[in-house]
Design a protein around this ligand. Structure first.
Ligand code: 5GP
Length: 206
């Protein structure tokens, strides 16, 4: 049997592009895919649960985690800190599980430095103006926060060429974007450089 370490998929893109919805949709199709829960100092939204959507931590706890090397990457975003716990990802990949995470754009690029094999996917709306509509519709941010997120989004769009894939999340058709994400996951699994050398040699001599 050909096996190897798991793959790390990084779904990024501006706030409001639909990362949460699409990653959730993808996980329903692929229950074995592990999701990396981030730590944040942001206050929970009403529907968010600790340990499921985020690990909601104090600034002091976040700082301790960061100082002890417990974070794979971390960033300040709109006045709050967000970071990816290292242990869970390392353990899951070693055990052969694929892992998905959804940091903002700078965090995604930082992951690629530590894990050059990570697959970076940039999620975009079909029109930039849809970002604003989505942020307004979810009613979780104030108008000022939305304006700030849109400013950040404009900056984030400049990094699109540093990613491996672009997926367009068309308004009202999220299932198409989920299908595209699945296609990427599927194809990446078969890339020749993913296979351990001894597996290839066994295939060659069989
Ligand atoms: P939100 O407050 O909307 O949940 O997240 C704000 C931004 O932070 C989003 O773009 C989200 O993808 C990003 N984010 C969430 N977790 C992490 C993380 O662990 N690291 C980084 N760099 N960004 C994160």
């Amino acid at each position: 049997m050909i096996t190897g370490p798991g793959l790390l998929f990084v779904v990024s893109g501006p706030s409001g592009a639909g990362k949460d919805t699409l990653v959730e949709g993808l996980r329903e199709h692929r229950p074995s895919l592990r999701y990396s829960v981030s730590a944040t100092t942001r206050a929970p939204r009403p529907e968010e649960r600790d340990g499921e959507h985020y690990f909601f931590v104090s600034s002091a706890d976040f700082e301790r985690l960061r100082r002890d090397g417990g974070l794979l990457e971390w960033r300040e975003y709109n006045g709050n800190l967000y970071g990816t716990p290292r242990d869970y990802i390392e353990r899951s990949l070693t055990e052969g599980y694929d892992v998905i995470m959804k940091p903002e754009v700078n965090g995604a690029l930082a992951v690629k430095v530590g894990y050059p094999d990570a697959v970076l996917i940039f999620l975009v709306p079909d029109r930039f103006s849809n970002l604003r509509e989505r942020l307004l519709a979810r009613r979780t941010e104030t108008n000022e926060e939305i304006a700030r997120r849109l400013e950040i989004a404009q900056q984030e769009m400049k990094f699109i060429r540093r990613f491996d894939y672009i997926v367009v999340n068309a308004q009202d058709r999220p299932q198409e974007a989920v299908r595209d994400l699945e296609a990427i996951l599927q194809a990446e699994r078969f890339r020749i450089h993913r296979y351990p050398d001894d597996s290839i040699r066994r295939v060659e001599s069989s």
